[in-house]
Design a protein around this ligand. Structure first.
Ligand SMILES: C[S@@+](CC[C@H](N)C(=O)[O-])C[C@H]1O[C@@H](n2cnc3c(N)ncnc32)[C@H](O)[C@@H]1O
Length: 199
């Protein structure tokens, strides 16, 4: 179960914040990668009026519960729950995507290739390392597809912290950030791979 992460769900207030950050509207198709009980999809449909929402959940029990919840609310015509690994899912239809997991090495190339031009990807705590976000409302960042990549560590860090800052200052802020729950060792490896000596 560790590999799937804890059952840690966003509150409705955070869900609204992240959907607002991506300027989600009735023109959008929303995907939640790792949807748990499907609440993001429910809010996307009922409050933001998206055409369709897809929640992808690898854990069979959670996916079943999510699908049942959606049925009870009478939303099955607009919310789909897929019980599969989102790294193997077809995402081409998505226009707004949320994933609250820490970045894995392949994510930038995988999602950059999988997602359609003009779509928006919302991440939690940090944007992908080396991808310049188009907006932020902490703890969320939004990145436009195609991803705008940079090898300039100072530029990237200034977007992350919303102020000019050094990489060292970013590490210090993460050390004292009570909300940040990603593995810092993985993050530092990505920093070194993307920014080299500047990391
Ligand atoms: C912490 S829950 C978050 C639920 C919801 N997105 C939220 O933010 O409230 C994350 C879910 O992602 C699922 N998950 C982890 N890796 C996955 C993968 N590769 N494919 C599909 N689901 C995955 C876990 O089983 C877990 O239920």
């Amino acid at each position: 179960m560790d590999r799937l992460g804890p059952e840690d769900y966003q509150s409705n207030r955070h869900i609204r914040k992240l959907l607002r950050l991506a300027q989600t509207s009735k023109r959008d198709i929303f995907y939640d990668l790792g949807c748990g009980l499907g609440q993001l999809c429910v809010v996307a449909v009922t409050e933001f009026g998206v055409k369709k929402a897809v929640g992808i959940e690898m854990h069979r029990g959670r996916a079943d519960k999510a699908a049942e919840h959606v049925r009870e609310l009478g939303l099955s015509d607009r919310v789909e729950i897929w019980n599969e690994d989102y790294m193997e899912s077809d995402l081409h239809e998505a226009t707004v995507v949320y994933c609250g997991h820490n970045e894995a090495e392949e994510d930038v190339s995988h999602f950059g290739g999988e997602l359609s031009r003009g779509s928006r990807f919302v991440s939690l705590f940090l944007p992908f390392v080396g991808v310049v976000p188009s907006g932020a409302d902490y703890p969320f960042y939004v990145m436009d597809v195609p991803f705008r990549r940079t090898r300039d560590a100072s530029l990237w860090v200034s977007k992350v912290l919303s102020r000019p800052a050094s990489v060292e200052e970013l590490y210090q802020e993460l050390d004292t950030d009570r909300e940040y729950r990603y593995d810092k060792r993985v993050f530092k490896k990505l920093m070194s791979a993307r920014f080299g000596d500047d990391s």
